[in-house]
Design a protein around this ligand. Structure first.
Ligand code: DGJ
Length: 746
């Protein structure tokens, strides 16, 4: 007898027992997951229910196999009850060219020239799910042409956010032309819609406009190619019925994650056959000059449109988007951001290696984590001493930096700080070695003069060779200098006179392929350098959107750093972007006090761009203490919940606060704008605290410890008291500010 037989059979039994047990555990897990997700996804013969903690989006399938949106709104307790919803449904993804007479989400020309599309429901399935997210695909197909559209939905259960996008493919014999290819089509039902959106220009970003959506077609769009959000951003809020307030009203908030031309189309055409006055929101890539030729078997995937629906005002809508952004929408959303000193506004292009090393000492004195070297460090044949030359030639200027970047990294580290660097890798000055070598690598129209902006042209990222070049520049910079701990990626012009010699006759792919080319470079770079902190800068708010933030932890909201104006700019961004993503630098711009500027900048990710060497010891010490405060409160400010208490619009003051998830800590920022004698101030009522907790409220960032604005500083209050009775407005004088640290008393 095999001495091992018994042991073997014992082992076999044991193995089969273990297998059976694992099978059972696996089955049990599946049942638990299914139970959790019958909450986020439900489907029966007629209805497809996509839901988060509080929101439901429901589709129904008609007898003729049409997919229609049945419902979007508050989630019902019983998912089967949606079947009882009465009222007219609307086409879930209207296609143009045949019977649909309004704004289509998709329009194509088939390979035989037929300009119509019909989409019938084929199938739907949940493809991925975990404890917080679930993805649902709904497949639609043309009954005659082998042309298929998949509607994708990803729910973020706890954040109450749904992402929707579309993939398009076919197996026709020749390419199909996509004339319109929206990410989604979402219907809202109300009698009136108030649209809140933000517009602006360089240094005057995020001007708020809230308007009753007029009857007809209304669109917010960009045709700028690069730096696409220079004038308008692809994010908006819609109040239903009445103008929503911070804490009341129904609000739909959406944001398109795309770094190129976008179009937010609102179809508010009143038509008799439409039930009530539904509004169709059709967000997507702007089809302007962008007919896309889709080859057989190629899959075109549109950018994602993320939205939330709040039944308690704009505050909840923002907090939902912030939570989703930090958890999912932004690269390493919860990575700790480094405070920094930037040299741009203190030196511009005029520096040497010694000046910089000197500034490292300034950074250390301030107490920031990192020194960020800005524009002007490269170019030799054409030195980058101003913005007219050198862009594209990414080797250190030997006159300014004889010992190279490596030396600077070491010097910074020796002083106990990290080192970061500026790049603008998509651009080129005609006065550069790169342009001399590769004039065919830039976007420019044949037979037309070059159209320069800031003396520069755009590299053709549609061209894979150029993509490789741009990636290579970044890769080399990082591998030559592995100590680099931060990248500021700039983009200082938008597209004009754009033509890609690589694309030849297929110019209508330029805008889309450029953005895809940019993403390809970023994808590759991020795979190699996942934890590198990167700021997305575009001469200010030129790239304020979630398509690019999939690769960056943060963005530069504006070149305008005046403390007073920043209150408005940052307030605007706060509707859609969490504090951790907004880089706020304290500079010399504006007449406000250093304290006021710091108190404003601290509401996001804090940085400095000031000539530290010319500052008084007093001012340096003040900054140092404020940075210590910021370090202590950074988690609360960056990842806590934002409550906008008093809006600065048409007001003499403003206040906002952040509350940590466990409600143990909060930070409140209060500002006076311009005030006059006799002005009235409303009671300041903190929000988001725990009514049952006791809090000590302490004023911080004081210029003089003996001069408090908040006279009750140090006193203990209950959360209930603070939130119900509030505190009397305590900031005195124009352009004055105060910061309160609110801490639970255990
Ligand atoms: C524009 C940016 O917004 C500035 O902060 C600075 O980096 C310059 N570009 C450098 O050229």
């Amino acid at each position: 007898m095999d001495p091992f037989e018994n042991r073997g059979s014992f082992n076999k039994n044991k193995v089969s027992n273990i297998k059976q047990m694992s099978k059972r555990i696996f089955l049990l897990c599946r049942i638990i997951l299914a139970l959790i997700f019958c909450n986020s996804f439900y489907s029966n013969a007629q209805n497809i229910v996509i839901q988060t903690k509080d929101i439901a989006l429901v589709y129904s399938i008609t007898g003729t196999k049409k997919l229609e949106q049945l419902y979007l709104g508050k989630k019902l307790a019983d998912a089967s009850a949606y079947a009882g919803i009465k009222g007219k449904t609307t086409d879930a993804f209207p296609s143009g060219g045949s019977i649909y007479a309004s704004e289509p989400a998709i329009q194509v020309i088939h390979s035989d020239g037929n300009p119509s599309l019909q989409l019938n429901y084929i199938d739907n399935k949940v493809v991925n799910q975990d404890t917080d997210t679930a993805s649902t695909n709904i497949i639609l197909r043309d009954p005659v042409y082998p042309f298929q559209v998949t509607l994708h939905f990803k729910t973020y259960y706890n954040d109450n956010v749904i992402e929707t996008w579309t993939s398009i493919e076919h197996t026709e014999k020749q390419p199909v032309i996509l004339e319109r290819y929206a990410s989604s089509a979402i219907r809202l039902n109300s009698d009136k819609y108030y649209l809140t959106h933000f517009y602006g220009d360089w240094a005057s970003e995020m001007i708020k406009e809230e308007t009753l959506l007029p009857e007809g077609l209304y669109s917010i769009q960009s045709r700028l190619g690069t730096r696409a959000t220079n004038f308008d951003i692809p994010s908006f809020m819609l109040s239903l019925g009445n103008v929503a307030e911070e804490n009341s009203g129904d609000v739909f908030a959406g944001t398109l994650a795309w770094s190129g031309n976008f179009n937010l189309q609102f179809d508010n055409i009143k038509r008799e056959e439409r039930d009530g006055s539904p509004l169709e929101i059709i967000p997507g890539i702007n089809a302007y000059a962008s007919n896309y030729s889709l080859a057989p078997n190629q899959v075109f995937t549109t950018p994602r449109f993320a939205f939330t629906y709040s039944f308690s005002g704009k505050g909840t809508a923002s907090r939902n988007l912030h939570a989703w952004a930090l958890n999912y929408g932004v690269w390493n959303g919860k990575q700790k951001r480094q405070t920094l000193l930037n040299n741009w506004e203190s030196t511009y292009f005029d520096f040497t290696q010694d000046t910089l090393v000197n500034l490292f000492s300034g950074a250390k004195k301030l107490g920031v984590d990192l020194f960020l070297l800005d524009d002007g460090w490269f170019g030799n044949k054409y030195p980058r001493n101003n913005d007219r030359a050198g862009l594209g030639d990414w080797s250190e200027n030997v006159k300014k930096l004889p010992d190279g970047i490596g030396y600077l990294v070491k010097q910074a580290e020796a002083k106990g700080i990290k080192f970061g660097i500026w790049v603008e890798p998509e651009m080129v000055n005609p006065k550069s070695e790169l342009y001399e070598k590769h004039p065919e690598w830039v976007l420019k129209l044949p037979n037309r003069p070059e159209d320069l902006q800031r003396n520069q042209l755009i590299l053709d990222l549609c061209n894979p060779q150029v993509q490789d070049y741009v990636y290579g520049i970044l890769h080399k910079l990082m591998t030559d200098n592995p100590g680099i701990a931060y990248i500021k990626w700039d983009c200082n012009r938008f597209m004009s006179n754009a033509y890609s010699s690589y694309l030849g006759k297929n110019q209508s792919a330029l805008y889309v392929n450029y953005t895809l080319g940019l993403y390809k470079v970023l994808d590759q770079f991020r795979k190699e350098f996942p934890s590198l902190e990167m700021m997305l800068c575009s001469g200010g708010g030129g790239r304020a959107e979630y398509g690019a933030l999939k690769y960056f932890q943060e963005f530069w909201p504006s070149d305008n750093t005046d403390g007073l104006e920043r209150i408005f700019i940052q307030w605007g961004y706060s509707y859609f972007f969490p504090a951790a993503t907004q880089c706020n630098h304290v500079t010399l711009a504006g007449d406000e006090s250093l304290k006021f500027k710091i108190d404003v900048a601290m509401t996001g990710k804090l940085g400095f761009d000031i000539p530290v060497n010319h500052m008084s010891e007093n001012d340096i010490n003040f900054c140092h203490k404020a940075i210590e405060n910021y370090n202590r409160l950074q988690n609360t400010i960056n990842y806590g919940s934002l409550y906008r208490l008093i809006a600065p619009y048409n007001n003499n003051s403003a206040a906002l606060m952040y509350v940590s998830d466990d409600k143990k800590k909060a930070v409140l920022f209060a500002y006076n704008l311009f005030i006059k004698r006799g002005d009235a101030f409303s009671q300041l009522k903190p929000e988001g605290l725990d009514a049952a907790k006791k809090y000590v409220v302490k004023e911080i960032n004081l210029e003089d410890e003996n001069k408090l604005s908040f006279r009750e500083s140090g006193k203990t209050f209950s959360g209930d008291f603070l939130m119900k009775t509030g505190i009397e407005w305590f900031v005195r004088g124009s352009l004055k500010s105060s910061v309160l640290e609110i801490t639970e008393v255990e």
